[in-house]
Design a protein around this ligand. Structure first.
Ligand SMILES: *Cc1c(COP(=O)(O)O)cnc(C)c1O
Length: 391
């Protein structure tokens, strides 16, 4: 099928819920993508942080193929090796206690919210179920995670939303303090707000929040769905903030392109979700878990250092252009936001696609890069050359 035929099918038969860019992708290699007609794109998006180890990664393809030939799914009523081994890797590398596997980010956050409310219910009874989240956050598209999301644009149409969420301005301790009533059971944050604009939280603020949580037995929930799995140069971003969250959620990059998410709980939260309180049919799928094990194998200390180096290289290169249209460059590792002066990010992203670069936006003012963590310097240079001509 040609690109035009595919676009026609999309328009005729698919709910038009996405403001899609004008590109049809057929296959990829490394961090380079190809349309059905052979048009080449450098990929600075990795499917929004999903294809963490690139396209056509041989060992990853082998791992998921071998697993698919053995066992593609088994109910969570039975045990199998891939998810069990993956849970061991995730707990060992985070220093946390145990894992619940889901299929995507929103579902992972739902589990994290349920865990927080049950932790509090078990210990303190009813009436202590409010969760504080931050303005400009993004936590998902389910009714409850929309309610958790601290952006008014997400609070339309779908009333009634789930009760029990309060939003406070990020990096403002007195704003948080003013909302810390006796009904609060948890604070949920992204360490770098992704969809909100690639906005990193201040280290001092995060450490103070962790201290308050600890003192009041309020759970610190960290949404690492975008920042996790090596994206910021450590396996999870919390490692760079000098804190130990009670629960973290992950998804996007974990399985290298297959749907998987989940939550990892620390010691005091490890026995909250008990038989019958939480479940999912597909969570911990063997093929996705085999892919995730290979992703974690490839994201060793060396590879994570490379992520930081490549991130610094991109940032330094863009700065060296001295473009008046470039404002702040934000983020960590290969999660980079470039705020633009007097340019509309969406228009720039669309123009870049014409020239062969996939790049996305964040918030209202920024372009966002989330390339495969395995992107080569050659691919980075090619992508940056296109970007340079567009901004
Ligand atoms: C993408 C994202 C989600 C939602 O994940 P889905 O897999 O789309 O449900 C939640 N939180 C953050 C921080 C995200 O980046």
């Amino acid at each position: 099928m040609t690109s035009n035929e595919i676009k026609t099918l999309d328009k005729q038969h698919v709910m038009q819920t996405y403001g899609r860019f004008d590109a049809v992708i057929e296959r990829g290699e490394g961090a380079t993508l190809y349309s059905p007609e052979g048009k080449v794109y450098i990929d600075f998006t990795s499917g929004i942080g999903v294809n963490s180890i690139g396209y056509g990664n041989k060992k990853w393809v082998e791992a998921i193929t071998n697993q698919a030939m053995k066992l593609q799914h088994i109910s969570n009523l039975y045990c199998s090796q891939p998810y069990a081994e993956l849970a061991k890797q995730l707990t060992m590398r985070t220093g946390m206690s145990n894992v619940f596997f889901s299929n995507a980010g929103g579902e992972a956050n739902e589990g994290m919210i349920k865990l927080a409310r049950k932790y509090s219910f078990d210990k303190y009874g009813k009436g202590r179920s409010t969760i504080i989240t931050l303005v400009q956050s993004f936590h998902g598209r389910t009714i409850t995670t929309l309610a958790a999301t601290g952006q008014d644009v997400f609070h339309n149409y779908f009333f009634p939303f789930t009760e029990g969420f309060k939003h406070v301005t990020a990096n403002d301790l007195s704003a948080l303090d003013a909302q810390l009533t006796d009904d609060v059971c948890a604070i949920m944050i992204e360490l770098i707000q992704g969809e909100g604009g690639v906005l990193p939280l201040c280290q001092d603020y995060v450490q103070a929040v962790a201290k308050i949580c600890n003192a009041k037995d309020i759970l610190l929930l960290v949404d690492e769905i975008q920042t996790g799995v090596g994206r910021t140069g450590t396996l999870f971003a919390f490692e760079q903030y000098g804190i130990m969250p009670d629960v973290i959620s992950f998804a996007k990059g974990i399985a290298g392109g297959l749907p998987m998410g989940g939550i990892i709980a620390g010691g005091k939260c490890s026995a909250v979700l008990t038989p019958g309180t939480h479940a999912t049919t597909f969570g911990g799928n063997p093929v996705a878990a085999a892919g995730a094990l290979e992703v974690l194998r490839q994201l060793d200390e060396e590879a994570l250092k490379e992520v930081s180096k490549k991130g610094a290289y991109i940032t330094e290169t863009i700065k060296s252009w001295n473009k008046p249209t470039v404002g702040e460059i934000r983020g960590k590792g290969l999660m980079i936001g470039i705020s633009l002066n007097n340019l509309v990010p969406k228009d720039i992203a669309a123009a870049c696609i014409e020239e062969g670069l996939l790049i996305i936006t964040a918030g209202t003012d920024a372009l966002r890069m989330l390339p495969p963590l395995t992107i080569t310097y050659d691919e980075i240079d090619k992508g940056l050359a296109i970007l340079k001509g567009m901004i």
